[in-house]
Write a protein that binds this ligand. Structure first.
Ligand SMILES: *[C@@H]1O[C@H](CO)[C@@H](O)[C@H](O)[C@H]1NC(C)=O
Length: 307
């Protein structure tokens, strides 16, 4: 083989082997404050929510109060028509202690970048404390080829402010349940935990197992501000991962509140029409699309150098 045709073949094989790392993978959680009929008919609000969700490979929406069950389909329709990517979603049942106040957890995800391989509704009565949560986690298991870790679990939680301490603590029981059920410890907890500003007293953090147990890494720290109002500085919304393997798969410094008013040039009033919370987000490190891409490259190089 001539050296020029060898080179061409090498370039061709390289393009097939896909050694180019893919871009990062963004996970978001957004409390869209009472998202239902009225917000879904507000064009400006919808435009902003679509911009926010479009940034994410998977986005947990909380405080979806869609009693007519129309707002989420309307949102997905608009999202699909106003984005480069295709999206799908999975949603929990309507959850809450009383029939008059119910919320849903909704995971919106980018088709082609991630798939939901399993899901279940956690029921805390199975664990002997039938009152742990107001809105028990609707848990999803995801698979993606875009990240270094390909399979992991997301546990959503929107706590009731006055019971925040107890509910965050009970997420530890959820972890044990997921571990038992799916034989995995790759678990991320995310959502509006109300984990600040008087809802969790400083002295009580030591009793919160999700916090005191060193195996859990809190990616959004206590000093962050996840609230839109300029008069408040509270780290209500959090992202927590279990285990060193998961923590190592996180892009350093990527976990943060997303200050969408600043980013999109909105006044506080305009932003509050969307939500009183910032979304929180984190990026996972990219993996090579194809298993063993780098190994293949090295073998090919060795081969061509030797010929
Ligand atoms: C707080 O939790 C208790 C059970 O421990 C429950 O009875 C009560 O309704 C909860 N409070 C709210 C506001 O949901």
């Amino acid at each position: 083989m001539s050296s020029s045709s060898s080179l061409l073949l090498l370039l061709f094989l390289l393009s097939l082997s896909g050694v180019k790392p893919t871009s990062g993978f963004k996970i978001c959680a957004f409390n869209v404050q009472s998202f239902g009929d009225s917000k879904s008919h507000n064009t400006e609000v919808m435009r902003t929510i679509i911009r926010i969700v479009s940034r994410c490979d998977v986005c947990l929406l909380q405080e979806v109060r869609d009693s007519k069950q129309k707002a989420i389909p309307v949102f997905l329709f608009s999202l699909r028509h106003n984005s480069q990517n295709q999206y799908d979603y999975v949603a929990s049942e309507r959850l809450g202690r009383t029939p008059s106040y119910q919320e849903q957890y909704v995971f919106v995800f980018r088709i082609g970048s991630v798939t939901v391989t399993d899901q279940y509704q956690y029921l805390d009565m199975l664990r002997g404390d039938e009152d742990a949560f107001s809105r028990e986690p609707f848990i999803v298991r995801l698979h993606t080829r875009k990240t270094a870790i390909r399979d992991f679990v997301l546990v959503p939680q929107h706590t009731t402010p006055t019971n925040a301490t107890k509910e965050i603590d009970a997420l530890y029981d959820v972890f044990l349940d997921v571990k038992k059920k799916w034989k995995t410890e790759m678990v991320m907890f995310l959502g509006d935990f109300n984990a600040d500003c008087g809802y969790v007293a400083k002295k009580n953090w030591q009793h919160v197992r999700l916090y005191s147990n060193q195996a859990f890494v809190w990616l959004i720290g206590d000093a962050e501000d996840t609230t839109v109002r300029e008069t408040t500085t509270c780290a209500y919304d959090r992202i927590v991962v279990h285990g060193e393997a998961f923590a190592k798969a996180i892009v350093p410094q990527s976990a943060q509140p997303f200050n969408f008013p600043k980013e999109y040039g909105l006044t506080e009033e305009q932003a509050l029409d969307v939500s009183d919370h910032y979304p929180v987000e984190v990026e996972l490190k990219a993996g090579s699309e194809h298993l063993g891409g780098h190994t293949l490259l090295i073998v090919l190089m060795a081969f061509f150098i030797s010929t």
